[in-house]
Ligand binder design. Structure first.
Ligand code: DX5
Ligand code: ZN
Length: 213
C-alpha cells in the first residue's frame, strides 16, 4: 500500500488546526511542508514557525520539502521545530551538502526537478532516506502531472534494486485520484497530494482513491 503524504501548501491556513486534524482523521500518513524561498523557486511559502504549529497538532511524520537555495543553512531550524525528515534539492547541492545535512541525525531525502537527470543522485542513494521525484516544476500547487515522470519512477526503481537498496520513491505535484493509479503502477511508494485533498469535500474519499484502497 502506498503512503499518502498531505502537502499543506494549499490548505486553508485560516483553519490550519482543523485542516490538520481533519486530514489525519481522513487517513493521511504524513504531512509534507512545501518550503519556498523565492530564489530557488519563483514563490515564497512559509518558514520553520509553521513547522512548530504543525508539530503541536499531530504525531504523524512531518517532512520538510526545502525548495530553497541554501538547505544547509536552514535545515536545522526545521529539524529543531519538529520536522522528522528533510528533503533537499540536488540542483542546489555540492559534495558537502548531504554530509552536512546528515550531521543533524535526521533522515535526509533528495528531490529532483522533472528535468534533472536521475543519474545525478545514483552515487548518493545509499545515504538517503528517500528520493522525491517532482512531477511538476516546483513553486506552485495545483499544476498538472507531467506524464514523463512515470518512466522516471520505473528507471529509478530499477537503479535502487540494482544497488540492492530499499529506498522509497516519492512523487510530488499533480497527484490525484486520476493520476494515482499509473503512479502506483510505475512503482512509487509515497504520493504527495496537496490541492486534490484540500480542495475536496471528502478528504477520506481522496485518501482511499489515491492509496487504491
Ligand atoms: C510544488 C509543490 C506541490 C505541492 C502539491 O512546488 O511541491 O507539488 O507539493 O502540489 P499539488 O497541489 O499538485 O498536489
Ligand atoms: Zn513538495
Amino acid at each position: 500500500m502506498v503512503e499518502f503524504s498531505a502537502s499543506i501548501l494549499n490548505c486553508d491556513f485560516t483553519r490550519l488546526g482543523e485542516e490538520i486534524r481533519t486530514a489525519e482523521a481522513a487517513g493521511v500518513d504524513a504531512f509534507h511542508l512545501d518550503v519556498m524561498d523565492g530564489h530557488f523557486v519563483p514563490n515564497i511559502s512559509f518558514g520553520s514557525p509553521v513547522t512548530k504549529h504543525i508539530r503541536n497538532l499531530t504525531k504523524l511524520p512531518i517532512r520538510a520539502h526545502l525548495m530553497i537555495a541554501d538547505p544547509v543553512e536552514y535545515a536545522p531550524r526545521f529539524i529543531e521545530t519538529g520536522a522528522d525528515e528533510v528533503l533537499y534539492h540536488i540542483e542546489v547541492a555540492d559534495s558537502d551538502t548531504l554530509p552536512k545535512l546528515l550531521e543533524h541525525g535526521k533522515p535526509i531525502g533528495v528531490t529532483l526537478n522533472p528535468d534533472t537527470a536521475l543519474e545525478s543522485v545514483y552515487p548518493i542513494l545509499p545515504e538517503l532516506s528517500q528520493v522525491l521525484l517532482m512531477s511538476v516544476f516546483p513553486g506552485f500547487g495545483g499544476q498538472s502531472f507531467i506524464p514523463e515522470t512515470l518512466q522516471r519512477i520505473t528507471a529509478l526503481k530499477c537503479e535502487i534494486e540494482r544497488q540492492k537498496l530499499s529506498l522509497p520513491i516519492s512523487v510530488d505535484g499533480g497527484v490525484n485520484p486520476q493520476t494515482a493509479p499509473a503512479i502506483r503502477e510505475a512503482g512509487a511508494d509515497i504520493l504527495v497530494v496537496g490541492s486534490a485533498l484540500f480542495r475536496s469535500k471528502d478528504y477520506a474519499a481522496v485518501v482511499r482513491a489515491v492509496k487504491g484502497g
